[in-house]
Design a protein around this ligand. Sequence first.
Ligand code: ZN
Ligand code: ZN
Ligand code: ZN
Length: 240
Amino acid sequence: MVAQGFTVDLDKPLAFQVGHLGEAYDEWVHQPIVTKEGPRFFHSDFWEFLTLTVWWAVPVIWLPVVVWCISMSVSMGCSFPEIVSLVALGIFIWTFIEYCLHRFLFHMKTKSYWGNTAHYLIHGYHHKHPMDHLRLVFPPALTAIMCFPLWNLAKLIATPSTAPALFGGGLLGYVMYDLTHYYLHHANPTIPVTKSLKKSHLNHHFRIQDKGYGVTSSLWDIVFGTLPTTKALKRAQQKY
Ligand SMILES: [Zn+2]
Ligand SMILES: [Zn+2]
Ligand SMILES: [Zn+2]
């Protein structure tokens, strides 16, 4: 049921409120609140704790796994040039996965109670509170779940000795993605590449949310025509 005129109480846990917004959820979640203070998601301290991740947990937890995967392939006889190409291919495949996840899963349109709730917990919270620094990178438990299909994909397209290095490359691509995403939100880039990535990601947040899905590069936005046009950006700017 759609509760007409439902308003979210930002001082109370949000996770089970936002579903009540019904069709109004999509608009609500795309009106950002830019404070460093994050909202509370759950009443329960245990569940609340699970939603908080410091950015450095990502390299600390996942880089050893990347190294371990690569060493598996080395021990099964892969040469150095092979390892380098497999890791590079893995990173490249990740950029495509990153684009698809962000465009098709994270930006799914929802209006049902549980649809909205799920969307909020997957990506909606990041659009509502984009500067919440403890809720920006993927929680490790979520990444661990994501590893299963990715590992199966690697096994499907590579041989037993090359699959670990390919998967390791994909995982390294993920680490680079999450760190870049954090960096774009919380740092002031000084070189042109990162400056333009930041600009394009902030456009995704604050101007045109259905364009500019690539975080680590604009490659797939160019391929699939989801780069925002300068015209559309100007129009969006006039709204503020
Ligand atoms: Zn987004
Ligand atoms: Zn969205
Ligand atoms: Zn972001």
